[in-house]
Design a protein around this ligand. Structure first.
Ligand SMILES: [Ca+2]
Length: 438
């Protein structure tokens, strides 16, 4: 009954939430990131408004997204590339507050004892206990450029943390000339967990630019020796065009060893000009990334207006930005030539139009929610939701919305099987999705 109530409330909330029509490009605001504009949609929305596999018919499966598309002239490349039906089975859930008082937390990661490392975008790292206690800021965090979308971003606990106490941080690295870039630091968490030791910047995105947007960035371990760092296109003209030039790191996923060196089986090793750290390229602004049970990387990037996309980046492949994309420019008009397909460029697995403004994501592998096993849980900033994606044979076959009511900035399965979130607010919180009634 609870799940029905939740589902019903969602429909009502969706139908009634007439979001204000914001300026055409609130990417450029200082509010945090790609909080994308959404045209005002009234309560008259129907499930058949989009015309994408959602025709008005008694036989049509129910879909979560029923608002009109921003770019309805851009047809999906295949059936099921957007607006997957709401899954038949779900779980009853509710939300607990674990901790609060965090300033724009960006990432959450579990330590082996069940406590959490949480970054705050202005440049602080804290330990949050399973009991909700919040530590003082840890000493030794690298300096960050915290303007606009920049700051201390992702945190990741190395697979060998038990023996090495190694963690990684991604952040916007400032330079004296006013430029900055996404960077990755490796550090040792002190035994008393009050400080970082042996802090070393092991990777810096090249080139550094004068921008305060589209840093990416998420850290995903491939195995005990290598990791992926997913980055952004640094927002705006002409720098974003570099995403189509793999002789730099703009708009790429890189794959590096823990010390920052290049694995010799990377796709461009030995290439005369392409950067050897690159794993995949042609990305816009990846803010969600996770590894599936088979060890494969998946990412979600903030697209243009109507073009957020899920990809499964493979070695050496080009994901198209900005030459091909779904969606339109935030200021209006087609992106580049308004194309969605081109030879040598990969299609997204799935896209959202209107956008969700993705944040963190995790493949659910806990024991608390049986029917969510293996599903991809994706945070939404603008949507203030978690999207649950059911994935089969590398396609999204179901999408359910879990309405949280705050800007969700990161999503992580906890050791207790609950789904932990941080919220992107001045007074940000750690929340936990638990089975209803617990
Ligand atoms: Ca793409």
């Amino acid at each position: 009954m609870k799940s029905i109530l939740i589902a019903f409330s969602l429909i009502v909330l969706t139908a009634c939430s007439s979001e204000p029509a914001t300026s055409a490009n609130d990417e450029a605001t200082t509010s945090g990131d790609d909080t994308t504009s959404t045209t005002a949609q009234g309560a008259e929305q129907t499930a058949s408004a989009d015309g994408v596999g959602n025709e008005s018919s008694d036989q049509s499966p129910r879909v979560a997204e029923t608002r009109e598309r921003e770019a309805p002239h851009l047809e999906p490349a295949f059936s099921g590339q957007t607006r997957a039906p709401v899954p038949q089975s779900t779980e009853e859930w509710s939300v607990d507050t674990v901790a609060g008082g965090l300033e724009h937390p960006w990432a959450i990661e579990f330590l082996p004892d069940g406590s959490m490392l949480v970054t705050e975008r202005p440049g602080r790292l804290r330990v949050v206990g399973a009991d909700g206690s919040v530590s003082d800021p840890l000493l030794g965090v690298p300096a960050v450029d915290s303007r606009n979308q920049g700051g201390l971003l992702d945190v990741a606990v190395a697979p060998d943390f038990g023996s090495t106490r190694t963690i990684f941080l991604s952040f916007s690295e400032p330079h004296d000339d006013g430029t900055n870039n996404t960077a990755l630091a490796r550090a040792r968490l002190s035994e008393d967990r009050t400080a970082l030791e042996n802090v070393e910047i092991v990777f810096s995105q090249q080139p550094a630019v004068e921008s305060t947007g589209h840093y990416g960035s998420r850290i995903v371990f491939e195995d005990d020796d290598t990791l992926w760092l997913a980055m952004g296109d640094r927002q705006g003209h002409p720098v974003r065009q570099n995403a189509q030039d793999p002789t730099n790191h703009i708009g790429t996923v890189v794959r590096i060893n823990f010390d920052g060196s290049t694995p010799q089986d990377n796709p461009f090793v030995g290439h005369e000009s392409n950067r050897s750290e690159i794993w995949s390229w042609g990305h816009r602004n990846i803010q969600a990334a996770a590894r599936d049970a088979r060890g494969r990387l998946w990412t979600i990037e903030h697209g243009p207006r109507g073009g957020d996309e899920l990809n499964r980046p493979e070695a050496g492949k080009n994901y198209g930005w900005p030459t091909i994309s779904y969606g339109i420019e935030y200021r209006g008009g087609d992106v580049y030539e308004g194309r969605t397909e081109a030879e040598g460029m990969e299609q997204p697995v799935y896209f959202w139009d209107p956008v969700i403004a993705p944040s963190g994501m995790d493949f659910y592998d806990g024991e608390a929610f049986e029917s969510w096993q293996g599903d991809l849980l994706v945070g939404g900033l603008r949507t203030e939701r978690v999207s649950r994606l059911v994935i089969e044979d590398n396609r999204v076959t179901g999408e359910e919305w879990l309405d949280i009511g705050s800007r969700v900035r990161d999503v992580k399965t906890g050791p207790d099987g609950a789904v932990y979130l941080v919220t992107d607010e001045d007074d940000g919180q750690v929340l936990r999705i638990v089975p209803a009634g617990e």
